[in-house]
Design a protein around this ligand. Structure first.
Ligand code: 1GP
Length: 240
């Protein structure tokens, strides 16, 4: 089954975000073992900066897990043929052409030489109460969290342009996750799968966001701080 089919399949899913720069090899291993046991559906790999070689991180994950590894690249330096799939992100909330098409042009010839499954993704950055790395690095403004109509219009335009997924992002370490109201309205209006991430720190929040309509949640910071969160959040997912 392709990664896209896994995301689109009925039921709720959780992806763990592994940022190679933030975790030691030992911490990556303990995250991966816990994810295996808990039945996590996907592992995303990426970050805003990267001083570690992404290939070696993916090798470690692959050697110790059968969970699909999906690239979630913060930059062109984060491409690897060793992953299973690539979220080809278009930062549609922003107006920086490099993150809408420029980097994609630079990456496309290389991506074509790999076996990566490419998943075109409309990536929508929403204010999360603090300035996140994505906002700073991409030099784009997030959509204000209370502008539900703008967020919905952006998601609709993204779907109409042919993106296969919508990713609502409050930013890694966001103080405030994407609101339940926004998640449910976007889900109601689009017909492609919905991913939500940023600031999901507890199983209660995870459950509320899934209940509001997310098909898959992405959790990074909370798991970096406490790997046990994987079990707690997966327990919420298993209720569906
Ligand atoms: C960031 O959505 C992801 O791109 C995860 O965010 O680190 O806040 O869980 P957190």
């Amino acid at each position: 089954m392709t990664c896209y089919n896994k995301i689109s399949a009925p039921g709720k899913k959780m992806a763990i975000l592994i940022d190679p720069d933030k975790l030691s090899v030992q911490a990556i291993l303990s995250t991966v073992y816990t994810a295996n046991e808990a039945g996590v559906q996907m592992i995303l790999v990426g970050g805003s900066l990267m001083s570690t070689r992404i290939d070696s991180t993916i090798e470690i994950i692959k050697k110790n897990s059968d969970i699909p590894v999906v690239l979630f690249p913060g930059s062109l330096m984060q491409l690897s043929a060793k992953a299973d799939a690539l979220l080809l992100l278009s930062l549609v909330s922003g107006r920086n052409p490099e993150y809408l098409i420029g980097n994609h042009v630079l990456a496309a010839p290389y991506i074509r030489t790999t076996n990566l499954e490419v998943i075109p993704t409309g990536y929508i950055l929403i204010q999360g109460g603090n300035v996140t790395s994505v906002e700073y690095i991409s030099n784009t403004r997030p959509i204000p969290a209370d502008k539900k109509d703008l967020i919905v219009a952006t998601a609709l335009a993204s779907e109409m342009l042919g993106h296969k997924l919508i990713y609502l992002e409050a930013g890694s370490g966001a103080k405030i996750h994407v609101s339940l109201d926004v998640v449910s309205e976007v889900k109601r209006r689009i017909s492609i799968p919905l991913i939500v991430g940023g600031g999901i720190t507890s199983s209660t929040i995870a459950d509320e966001i899934l209940e509001a309509g997310a098909d898959m949640i992405v959790v990074g910071t909370a798991v970096e701080k406490n790997v046990e969160k994987i079990n707690q959040m997966m327990a919420a997912i298993k209720n569906y």
